[in-house]
Design a protein around this ligand. Structure first.
Ligand code: C2E
Ligand code: MG
Ligand code: MG
Length: 566
């Protein structure tokens, strides 16, 4: 095996002595292991040091020399940042001079007349090693762009502060730049670097006034561990102000998450919580500051519990699918026309958990596929069962999440459900929330077109809750529009709301789309919708989502109405 030392160039040593005999002796000792160069006085030594500052590993410096002596060299080196990093061993015959030289920054001394060769070699070797180690450490400690600690050293030091200075009440503060990757993409990395440097400088200036440490933890994420602050808003403004004037064309927005000091919390946990807070104000340009509080903690513990328990929930059938009917209100009496499958979680200890509590959580970490696949499978099975049991055709719609869109097996899975349960494509409708259309427009449109070509019907869920505009509708490959509840809520009291509903209905008619009005609770709402030409209604007025055995009563009622009519 080749040792790395053998393939490296030998380290460079400068020997400075006015006496030729001394230069020769030291040269003879060192030349086997090092590349040695020489200077005859202090002035010449400084010239060489400046020229070869990056390459020099060590200087052996005689103290008594003409022109410029060793002490003057030491003094000059101490005040020069570039030269200061080169270790110097002084060569001297005087005890007093040794001490003075060490005080002036020399790393070690070698006494004249020269010692045993091995001792000299060992001293030179050790000092080089020490100094290289130190330089390595300080290079690794800091982020070069901002001169703040990098993440490992940051936590090392934060832990020390926490352990050894319990009297200090430290806050954990996280600063993040909104859409930094976009700023980088559009304006170039140099501009991005300038933002980071500017923030780094402001943080260092802040830390020169306040006790604490800071790190550029990740690309555009800054961690600050500092003594308790009174006014976080003001602190955020301070950092925001420092980037406001960087460019006339680019607006840079910072957000801040804070976990204020609490006696019993270690830095890692403090910063986890500050991060939770910081994530909560992502994209919130009006209110970019969030301070961690106890309710977030309760929520986090609850979420963690749900994440841990999901597998058991699937295995032990704690997840249940409820069905909420959709009625055609243009018939008299209104006719049961389909249902929506809605998940419920009956947790053995936490009780009934509503989807609003866990769907967004699982959407955030990819586990939603587990939930949705479960619901689709169960809904398809149920449709098949009702078909056989009652001979009644009741299509059921299931919800698709944003993450499902990226499942490469999505189409295959859905097609298999249709085949395995002996259904028609129209028996399983797919609800896709409006915001998914705006998020992943291209990918989604392609997927939905493929599904519709197969024969699936697609409903746009929560229409009006997001940003899609009415004129986008004409380009959307959908069959049904589900009008968001907020439109229906006030149609009795608020004329504008009702006009809006009528407008949506008119446009939908023009585009040949059916409309489902969601959240209909009152008869008055129902009548207005009916007059305005809305055909389908889902809401508590007819029924809450029901477990299958209760939903069957609605089917049975419907069948008996049909029989009476015939
Ligand atoms: P969504 O798909 O818009 O479902 C309609 C929600 O409105 C249901 O809430 C339903 O119970 C509620 N609702 C129906 N009628 C009324 C009414 O008259 N008044 C009021 N106030 N509410 C009414 P739920 O079951 O809590 O579901 C909430 C959301 O969770 C759903 O909104 C859907 O986005 C999501 N979700 C439910 N089940 C699933 C699922 O299996 N997979 C996925 N990905 N999401 C699901
Ligand atoms: Mg839905
Ligand atoms: Mg909906």
């Amino acid at each position: 095996m080749i040792k790395s030392k053998q393939i490296q160039r030998p380290q460079l040593v400068l020997v400075v002595d006015d006496q030729e005999i001394n230069r020769d002796v030291l040269g003879a000792i060192l030349e086997d292991d090092y590349e040695v160069i020489y200077a005859c006085d202090g002035k010449e030594a400084l010239d060489i040091m400046r020229e070869k500052a990056e390459k020099l590993s060590i200087v052996l410096l005689d103290l008594m020399m003409p022109v410029m002596n060793g002490f003057e060299v030491l003094e000059t080196v101490q005040s020069d940042d570039l030269l200061k990093r080169i270790p110097i061993i002084v060569l001297t015959a005087e005890k007093n001079a040794e001490l003075q030289a060490l005080q002036m920054g020399a790393a070690d001394f070698i006494t004249k007349p020269f010692d045993m060769h091995e001792v000299i070699l060992a001293r030179v070797g050790r000092i080089i090693e020490l100094s290289e180690g130190r330089q390595l450490i300080s290079a690794a400690e800091y982020d070069r762009l901002t001169m703040l600690y990098n993440r490992n050293f940051f936590f090392e030091y934060a832990d020390r502060i926490y352990r050894y200075h319990p009297e200090l009440k430290m806050d954990a503060i996280i600063l993040n730049i909104e859409q930094f990757h976009l700023i980088n993409d559009v304006n170039g990395r140099d501009f991005g670097d300038e933002i980071l440097k500017t923030i780094g400088m402001e943080i260092r200036s802040f830390l020169s006034e306040t006790e604490g440490i800071a790190s550029r933890f990740d690309a555009d994420i800054f961690y600050i561990y500092c003594v308790k602050q009174d006014d976080y808003q003001k602190l955020l403004e301070r950092f925001q102000n420092c980037v406001n004037n960087l460019s006339e064309n680019v607006s840079i927005h910072l957000r801040m998450g804070v976990k204020p000091w609490r006696e019993d919390v270690e830095p890692v946990t403090m910063f986890d919580r500050a991060r939770t807070a910081c994530n909560m104000v992502r994209g919130n340009y009006q209110n970019p500051l969030m301070i961690y509080n106890d309710s977030m903690r309760t929520k986090e513990i609850f979420n963690q519990r749900l994440l841990n328990d999901l597998n058991a929930a699937v295995e032990e059938k704690q997840l249940m699918v409820y069905y909420q009917p959709k009625y055609n209100i243009q018939c008299d009496p209104p006719k049961l026309s389909s249902a929506e499958a809605l998940i419920r979680w009956k947790h053995p200890e936490l009780g009934m958990i509503s989807p609003g509590d866990f769907i967004p959580l699982f959407e955030g970490n990819g586990l939603i596929n587990v939930v949705d696949n479960y619901v689709w499978k169960e809904a398809a099975r149920q449709v098949g069962e009702w078909k056989n049991k009652y001979g009644f055709h009741l299509p059921v719609s299931v919800n698709l999440s944003r993450a499902d869109i990226f499942d490469p097996q999505l189409i295959e899975k859905l097609v298999n459900l249709i085949k395995n349960n002996d259904l028609k494509y129209k028996d399983l409708k797919l609800e896709v929330t409006e915001s998914a259309y705006t998020d992943n427009a291209k990918k989604l449109l392609e997927l939905i077109s493929n599904l519709r070509t197969l024969g699936f019907e697609v409903e746009m869920d929560d229409f009006g809750s997001g940003y899609s505009s009415l004129n986008m509708l004409s380009e959307m490959p959908i069959d049904v529009l589900k009008m968001d509840m907020k439109f229906v809520r006030n149609i009795e009291e608020n004329e504008t709301d009702f006009l809006l509903v009528k407008l949506i209905l008119d446009i939908a008619k023009y585009l040949n789309l059916h409309v489902v009005a969601e959240g209909v609770e009152k008869e008055g709402q129902l009548n207005l919708l009916k007059d305005a030409g809305c055909d389908l209604v889902q809401g508590f007025y007819f029924s809450k989502p029901l477990p299958p055995e209760e939903f069957e009563k609605l089917i049975e009622k419907e069948i008996s109405i049909e029989r009476n009519e015939n």
